[in-house]
Design a protein around this ligand. Structure first.
Ligand SMILES: *Cc1c(COP(=O)(O)O)cnc(C)c1O
Length: 431
């Protein structure tokens, strides 16, 4: 099939994009190409591949046919030009920033992010000489003011952890465009079924495929999708693309590969030298999951709406953050940025505070207490005592992970069963 997203709809692309019957056997399902290396036709073929003059398979640290099908499928669903798959969502974040950054460079990052991302950005990237300035991305003036000559990207989540708040992608994309830098959007919690950040001006989209894209809680993985829309040569901020690359005889990635410059660079330099490669088994599990993405997301959203509305009226509950609720200050923005629903992730504040949260988490039977989200199973976590534990009290509150707050990731079980489980746990929490 052709993978043109303007010809096929989302439900078709999630099953077919990137895959063809196996040329050797006719196998209809994508085989797991469990191989490290690929035989060259001859010495000239090998040389052309190594010079990037011809595209093909050399070694599975760079490319693998099973992983390539997944990369193409995610790119198609996100309306991107190309994508690379990585070993985890966190690897994808480093891979996304790698060609943009250098010692002394910074990114502007939203204060509302996955807890592990806050830690990666606050501490670990400093080892590379990179830094992040955390800004409330709802304060557009503060975002503008934070951009300086060393800023190389703005980073946010479409539906942001842990509260399920929706970021104003169009407004952030305009600020990034004026500054001549890309907007990077982590679209893990929304998935391309609910939100397509490239349509709102994002240059790069990152995913933890560990979550909804796989959907069954079996493997970790990540992806970076390139819109292909950014002019890397418009200013001198991105020498990785605009200047000669010494490791490839002075080849200029943007000049040579045009719209695919970012994707080629991520494979030829990023995966080659950082080695954060997805393995073909992981790609297989994610390909199994992604075939039913739209069906799952519809049920996730339907259940989340029901449960959030019910929780809002529960006597033990102080507040519910779900952006799909009529009471949410994000309701209109959610309808604009993610018209098919505001996801299935939100937080619940309990009137009786930290201890009640701990009792609730310990009393649930159907909900699993895990550091994960976006599974078919319903999940819960008390962020302040786990994922957001390393953060200061101010950072916890800014991130929406205050001590009296639990985060729910609503699964696709029967909503009535989930509400019954929450009700008995809330009753115990409140006693
Ligand atoms: C889980 C997650 C990550 C990190 O992904 P891993 O696959 O766990 O490395 C990043 N961002 C968001 C929004 C996530 O939910």
């Amino acid at each position: 099939m052709t993978d043109d997203p303007h010809i096929y709809g989302f439900d078709t692309l999630q099953i077919h994009a990137g895959s063809r019957p196996d040329p050797a056997t006719g196998a209809r399902q994508t085989p797991i190409y469990q191989t490290t290396a690929y035989v060259f036709k001859d010495a000239d073929h090998a040389a052309a591949l190594f010079n990037l003059q011809e595209v093909g398979f050399i070694y599975s640290r760079l490319t693998n046919p099973t992983v390539a099908v997944l990369a193409e499928r995610i790119a198609a669903l996100e309306t991107g030009e190309g994508a690379v798959c990585c070993s985890s969502g966190h690897a994808a974040q480093i891979m996304a920033m790698f060609p943009l950054m250098g010692p002394g460079r910074n990114i502007i990052a939203s204060t509302r992010l996955y807890g592990g991302t806050v830690t990666q950005f606050s501490h670990t990237i400093k080892r590379f000489g990179w830094s992040a300035k955390f800004v409330d991305t709802d304060d557009l003036d503060a975002v503008k003011a934070a951009v300086d000559d060393d800023t190389r990207a703005i980073f946010c989540e479409s539906i942001a952890n842990p509260g399920g708040y929706v970021s104003d992608l169009d407004a952030l994309a305009r600020i990034a465009e004026d500054a001549g830098i890309p907007l990077i959007v982590d679209n893990t919690s929304a998935t391309p079924y609910l939100c397509r950040p490239i349509e709102h001006g994002a240059t790069l989209v990152v995913h933890s495929t560990t979550k909804y894209l796989t959907g069954n809680g079996t493997v970790t993985g990540g992806a970076v999708v390139d819109s292909g829309n950014f002019n890397w040569s418009a200013n001198d901020k991105f020498p990785s693309f605009s200047q000669p690359e010494p490791a490839y005889h002075g080849l200029k990635f943007h000049e040579t590969f045009g719209h695919l410059a970012y994707t080629f660079h991520s494979i030829a330099i990023g995966l080659r030298d950082l080695g954060m490669t997805m393995n073909p088994q992981a790609a297989h599990y994610t390909l199994m999951g992604i075939e039913t993405l739209s069906l799952r997301m519809e049920r996730h959203v339907e259940n989340a709406m029901k449960i959030a509305a019910w929780l809002e009226t529960h006597p033990a509950v102080e507040a519910v953050t779900y952006a799909g609720l009529p009471s949410s200050p994000y309701k209109d923005r959610a309808a604009r940025i993610c018209p098919r629903g505001a996801g299935a992730l939100f937080t619940v504040g309990l009137k009786k505070g930290y201890d009640a949260c701990v009792r609730m988490v310990d009393s649930l039977e159907l909900f699993s207490h895990v550091a994960n989200l976006g599974d078919t199973r319903s999940l819960i976590i008390h962020s302040a005592s786990t994922t957001h534990r390393q953060l200061t009290a101010e950072q916890q509150v800014a991130a929406g992970a205050a001590p009296n707050v639990v985060r729910l990731s609503i699964g696709i079980e029967d909503a009535d069963d989930l509400m019954a489980d929450l009700d008995q746990a809330l009753t115990k929490a409140n006693s």
